[in-house]
Design a protein around this ligand. Structure first.
Ligand code: HEC
Length: 189
């Protein structure tokens, strides 16, 4: 009888430590935060701001992508062998692929990942396409590194992204490469 009581209470303790289905699991969220930190997601998805001590992430807009309040003019043409231009906020990037803007990863349902399922997120990272089947993700999003993560790790990242404050910020669509500039042609030389 005593043994049965011990077994039952052990089972109860085990059940209590595992999060109920559908409820956020603090351990999983902490793991996700760790992976987002070492994965450098803030570098591109949190806008940088100038402070008296130098540039810093604007944590009021954590992981909310390129700010819709900052329209970007066409990037200056790059002189070879320079090939890329990054905006001051480190959320707008221009190169041979055109101009891309880091996306809103917060749980805002309209402008962030609020309407995404865990499956959508994992498929996006694994296939390098929007929602796993849409348009290919543009540089410099390094999805081909993150796709090596285990399902558990990607789930943890998604759980963490679900837990952060939602920020309403509609990131602009990417722009195609500018038409080749009209330069001196063979005839005019
Ligand atoms: C070097 C910059 C950079 C880093 C680091 C980075 N991203 Fe991105 N990410 C981008 C850019 C730019 C886009 C938009 C690409 C596009 O529009 O095709 C993007 C797009 C995404 C998307 C697709 C959203 C959508 O609507 O399809 C997801 C999801 C995402 N990033 C998650 C992450 C996560 C999670 C991390 C860290 C583990 C991370 N990113 C790190 C630059 C980066």
């Amino acid at each position: 009888m005593k043994r049965l009581v011990v077994a039952v209470s052990t089972l109860a303790a085990l059940t209590a430590s595992a999060a109920a289905p559908g409820k956020p699991d603090p351990k999983q969220i902490a793991r996700g935060k760790y992976l987002v930190t070492i994965g450098g997601c803030n570098d591109c998805h949190t806008p940088w701001k100038k402070t008296p001590e130098g540039v810093a992430w604007d944590m009021d807009r954590m992981l909310s992508g390129h700010p819709d309040t900052l329209p970007m003019p066409a990037a200056p043409l790059n002189a070879e062998p320079w090939g890329l231009a990054f905006g001051n906020t480190m959320t707008a990037f221009s190169g041979p692929w055109g101009t891309s803007f880091s996306r809103n990863l917060t749980p805002d349902p309209e402008t962030g990942l609020g309407a995404w399922t865990e499956r959508d997120f994992i498929a996006t990272i694994r296939n390098g396409r929007h929602l796993g089947r849409g348009r290919p993700l543009l540089p410099p999003m390094p999805w081909f590194n993150y796709r090596e993560a285990t399902d558990d790790d990607l789930r943890a990242i998604f759980a963490y992204l679900r837990s952060i404050p939602a920020v309403k910020n509609r990131v602009p669509d990417p722009r195609p490469p500018a038409a080749a500039p009209a330069t001196a042609s063979a005839e005019t030389r």
